[in-house]
Design a protein around this ligand. Structure first.
Ligand SMILES: CCCCCCCCCC(=O)SCCNC(=O)CCNC(=O)[C@H](O)C(C)(C)COP(=O)(O)OP(=O)(O)OC[C@H]1O[C@@H](n2cnc3c(N)ncnc32)[C@H](O)[C@@H]1OP(=O)(O)O
Length: 220
């Protein structure tokens, strides 16, 4: 198993990535504004036309593929294009993951505030979006424990409806290991500590896998 590793340690690359992150943040604002707009029909059509112009401008200078992993100037392993943490991916929440050894081996936590674009049942978050966040956070915990790999299975218990627009916390830590298998448990809870979603994931380290215990910190 190999990853496409690009190294962008020069200042130009870093500053371009920051410009891309700014565009990405603005695009997320746009997505939220579209989800909540009450603009009249004529204005919607006009805005769609303006956006089509911007879309073509970007598409005219497209990359052949999404952003690979790269090592930032501070040594951080970055995945700018990632669907959960990527600073260059408008779809990403984005999740900012911090180590939290107090919760166990590979312990991690992240503040999460879902947005209207994540809607599932009216007024609450889509279960698949919760699963996306859990999958990534659990996988990060496995990697932090030096047991990186791919999700084999992911099981969720949706305990309560997940609200958007409210600060929540997602946590995960390794529960047990056996050979190349790592079981990780996690949850999404509200600020009072009430559990909304529980998750268990089985992560399997492929036989050809780079050693991760000394891996740098990871960011989007
Ligand atoms: C620092 C960066 C942090 C990043 C976090 C990222 C988190 C996001 C993670 C993902 O979303 S990964 C994407 C979703 N997952 C995949 O695309 C995985 C696709 N599947 C595969 O690549 C392979 O099937 C896999 C690597 C999971 C396993 O292939 P192997 O060839 O290594 O497994 P093998 O057949 O040798 O089986 C090894 C053991 O695992 C078991 N196993 C294999 N696949 C399984 C599975 N899917 N579910 C449960 N058990 C499984 C298998 O039964 C066996 O058990 P035993 O040792 O007890 O006999």
């Amino acid at each position: 198993m190999t990853f496409d590793l690009a190294f962008t340690e020069d200042a130009d690359a870093e500053s371009r990535l920051e410009a891309l992150a700014a565009l990405t943040r603005q695009t997320r604002e746009l997505m939220d504004a579209v989800a909540l707009t009450a603009a009249p029909e004529g204005e919607l059509a006009e805005i769609a036309g303006e956006l089509a112009v911007l879309t073509e401008r970007l598409r005219a200078v497209s990359r052949q593929s999404t952003h690979p992993f790269h090592i930032g100037s501070d040594g951080t392993l970055r995945h700018v294009g990632n669907a959960v943490i990527g600073s260059g991916n408008p779809f990403a929440l984005p999740l900012v993951i911090e180590p939290d050894p107090s919760t166990g081996e590979g312990g991690v936590r992240a503040d999460v505030t879902f947005r209207p674009i994540h809607e599932g049942p009216p007024g609450s978050v889509h279960g698949g979006v919760s699963a996306l966040i859990m999958d990534h956070l659990l996988g990060h915990a496995a990697a932090l424990a030096g047991r990186g790999g791919f999700t084999g299975t992911l099981t969720l218990r949706y305990v309560r409806r997940v609200p958007y627009g409210e600060p929540l916390a997602a946590t995960a830590a390794v529960a047990r290991t056996e050979g190349r298998k790592t079981w990780v448990e996690g949850r999404i809870a509200d600020q009072a500590g009430t559990v909304l979603v529980e998750a268990t994931g089985l992560f399997i380290t492929p036989t050809q896998w780079p050693p991760m215990r000394d891996a740098p910190s990871v960011a989007g």
